[in-house]
Design a protein around this ligand. Structure first.
Ligand code: ASP
Length: 290
């Protein structure tokens, strides 16, 4: 028997970790708990970067990215650029369970969701529309505070599961896909190494396949904290080769023993929630400079 743990990104990670922890304590599998945690955030209209209420792309259209991964079997599913469906992570789980594929995008993802009983809705809220109007950048650029919910769980059987869900960068070009639905980039989960997830500028996270790197470093013996810090250092080095700086990015990780870690690029101001039996803490990711 393992002691269940859940970690989740950003202040809204508290809601995710609370929701997931209840299920973990009731003996539910890690992936089911992580999905419920992410879904609670997707459904919260006050969160402007995930699910319903997420900020739209350049043309005012909300398009969502998500993926799920099971650490026992390494099964995963993803959806990219999904419109009009507020719970992309649940659709990603169905892609994993019901199709021979691992990722559906755009119109195909929408059709698949509708066929499987998901209801379409307008994902813009009056607040997200107003924020988008006010913050229209030229050219499109990442907005501060535009964040992915990533939920990583260890269940009582010792299995790991992870989910991430996002509306991506605000004002992104239509059709842009970030790191979040890309297994290895925004999320990676393997019972035999650990699990890791990311948030921040997806292009930089994807470039180094950051979450997979973190898991491989844990497999090789690094602690989750060391592995996250090393991934941030690598991201700085790689960005340096193009003469650019990463404005915001963070990794968080959980190993098969339930130890956690998190690290971020300076200025990210990264916070995450850690839920363990009887406690729910908000912690800050260690900032690692280039
Ligand atoms: N990583 C997400 C993306 O690039 C956004 C974020 O986490 O802030 O789509």
């Amino acid at each position: 028997m393992a002691t269940p743990v859940c970690i989740a990104t950003w202040p809204f990670g508290r809601l995710a970790a609370m929701t997931a922890s209840k299920l973990l304590l009731a003996g539910k599998p890690a992936l089911e708990a992580a999905l419920a945690g992410a879904q609670a955030v997707e459904d919260d209209p006050s969160v402007n970067s995930v699910g319903y209420g997420g900020l739209p792309d350049r043309d005012g259209v909300v398009s969502l990215d998500a993926c799920v991964m099971d650490g026992r079997t390494l099964s995963f599913g993803a959806v990219a650029a999904l419109e009009r469906i507020g719970n992309p992570a649940a659709v990603a789980k169905l892609v994993m369970e019901k199709t021979p594929h691992v990722c559906l995008a755009g119109r195909g993802a929408l059709e698949f969701a509708i066929t499987n009983g998901f209801k379409t809705r307008n994902l813009l809220t009056p607040k997200s529309l107003e924020e988008w109007e006010k913050s229209k950048p030229k050219p499109p650029q990442p907005m501060p505070g535009h964040d992915t919910v990533t939920v990583l769980c260890l269940d009582s059987k010792g299995d790991l599961g992870g989910v991430c869900s996002t509306s991506g960068l605000a004002h992104k070009l239509p059709g842009r896909v970030g790191d979040s639905p890309i297994v290895g980039a925004g999320l990676y989960v393997d019972n035999q190494g650990g699990c890791a997830g990311a948030t921040g500028v997806g292009e930089e996270i994807w470039r180094i396949l950051g979450s997979h790197k973190v898991v491989e470093m844990m497999r090789a013996g690094k602690s989750p904290q060391e592995a996250c810090e090393q991934a941030v250092r690598l991201m700085h080095q790689v960005a340096g080769r193009r003469g650019v700086h990463v404005s915001s990015a963070a990794f968080l990780a959980l190993d098969p023993q339930g130890r956690h870690g998190a690290a971020a690029v300076p200025g990210t101001n990264f916070e995450f929630a850690v839920g363990r039996p009887g406690s729910l803490q908000m912690l800050k990711g260690v900032e690692v400079g280039g």
